[in-house]
Design a protein around this ligand. Structure first.
Ligand SMILES: Cc1cc2nc3c(=O)[nH]c(=O)nc-3n(C[C@H](O)[C@H](O)[C@H](O)COP(=O)(O)O)c2cc1C
Length: 392
């Protein structure tokens, strides 16, 4: 069976498009899409575009590259790219949705092409339909609008804090190579993460974190990233911002960072707070190639239980379990349990916060391959350090 994907994105028009301009765009688009077996739909409302493209992966990717370079829109936000079993838009080379009679005038793209009476009901069930409904209800439009990042109820808006990043390598011991860099937020002159974060208004933290994740990717790309990059991620941001992950994927696309080089680190404690929903919310993004790591694993009480509900690609062992491991029997027993479970589940382990050769030696003898810590390399401000010390 031929592989199919659908790719859904939204974007903003820097200036409003006239009906004629839209019609021209659509006529050309329909011709191209028909020739290349791409089906889908394009909507335009309130200065925002929303488009679904379905077809063979290479055809959709090629077209999306062209579309991404089109100056008629910007702020492209990839919402989802995933394999699908069937086309939601059947034979539509570029359809329109009869969204709701009263909305028709605002949704310009819907009433000037394919005048035949297709209706929203004709669209196959599935994620594309749900996302179209989200667009109809204005959710993606709000996310795209050029928003004040400070909510209205903030009586005294503060300027957002300035920040930069330090990068700390994660080393793959058997090949003596850098596996990834963790991006750590710092003030513009290298001040601590805490001093930056305390300047953020509580009501704006999720937006700040979203911008900061994008900035981390951009900084790493500017510094010449050739490995993976670990970025901290709070799962609660997904509920608060529709673009929490898609904006990161769009930034990766812009910076030329492959999605499968991005490791999202989620704190164990945050997953526990949200454990039921967490894997259901995250798993769709795994099809895009993103990988997930549980940070500070073993710091709380959930530990191994957590792995029954969500199997990340990696776990980072909490540094309190690492500290003095070579002489602490109970910690060694706990860690052997973790190592065994992760081996059975195909989860890689990073020993984090390794400070001594004895700690390193113990983990290495247990078969651990990935290490992060001051013993090997310290974080460096606005640089991707290439030097590290590996014992033995
Ligand atoms: C929001 C938006 C959606 C578009 N969708 C398509 C499309 O589905 N198919 C297409 O061929 N062109 C589409 N285009 C136009 C392409 O960006 C591009 O102009 C066109 O493919 C011609 O490319 P070329 O100038 O490289 O030949 C779209 C443009 C915009 C702004």
């Amino acid at each position: 069976m031929k592989t199919l994907i659908h790719l859904i994105y939204c974007s903003a028009a820097p200036r409003p498009l006239s009906s004629n301009e839209l019609r021209d765009l659509l006529v050309g688009a329909r011709r191209y899409n028909e020739r290349h077996g791409i089906t889908g739909m394009l909507l335009y409302a309130d200065g925002s575009f929303f488009q679904v493209l379905e077809g063979a992966p290479e055809d959709v990717e090629r077209l999306f590259k062209r579309i991404s370079a089109d100056p008629r829109h910007d702020r492209l936000t990839l919402i989802i790219r995933e394999p699908v079993a069937v086309r939601a838009f059947g034979e539509w080379s570029m359809g329109h949705a009869d969204i709701a009679q009263e909305d028709l005038d605002q949704i310009v793209g819907s009433n000037d092409f394919l005048a035949a009476g297709r209706s929203f009901l004709d669209i196959g069930e599935g994620r594309a339909k749900k996302l179209l409904a989200a667009f109809r209800d204005g959710r993606w439009r709000t996310a795209l609008g050029r928003p004040a990042t400070i909510p209205e109820d903030d009586p005294e808006p503060h300027p957002p804090p300035r920040y930069a990043f330090a990068f700390q390598p994660i080393i793959h011991a058997p090949t003596r190579s850098i596996y990834s860099y963790e991006a750590l937020i710092r003030g513009p002159a290298g001040e601590t993460a805490a001093s930056v974060l305390q300047q953020v208004q509580p009501s704006g933290t999720h937006l700040f974190r979203e911008q900061q994740r994008i900035a981390a990717l951009e900084a790493a790309a500017r510094l010449g990233l050739r490995t993976r990059i670990n970025i901290n991620f709070q799962p609660s941001d997904i509920a608060r911002s529709a673009t929490a992950i898609s904006s990161l994927l769009a930034a990766a696309e812009r910076c030329g960072i492959p999605f499968d080089s991005i490791v999202l680190e989620v704190l164990e404690s945050e997953i526990i707070r949200d454990s039921g929903d967490f894997s259901a919310r995250m798993n769709p993004y795994r099809t895009s190639g993103l990988t997930f790591a549980i940070d500070d694993f073993g710091a709380g009480y959930a530990g191994l239980n957590l792995l029954a509900d969500f199997q990340p690609n990696l776990i980072k062992i909490d540094m309190n379990l690492v500290r003095g491991i070579e002489s602490n029997g109970p910690r060694q027993a706990i860690l052997r349990g973790i190592v065994r479970t992760c081996l059975d589940l195909g989860i890689d382990i990073i020993a984090e916060g390794v400070e001594t050769e004895d700690e390193y030696g113990w983990f290495r003898r247990e078969g651990i391959e990935l290490f992060q810590g001051f013993l090997l390399a310290k974080p460096e401000f606005d640089r991707l350090p290439t030097y590290f010390h590996l014992p033995g």
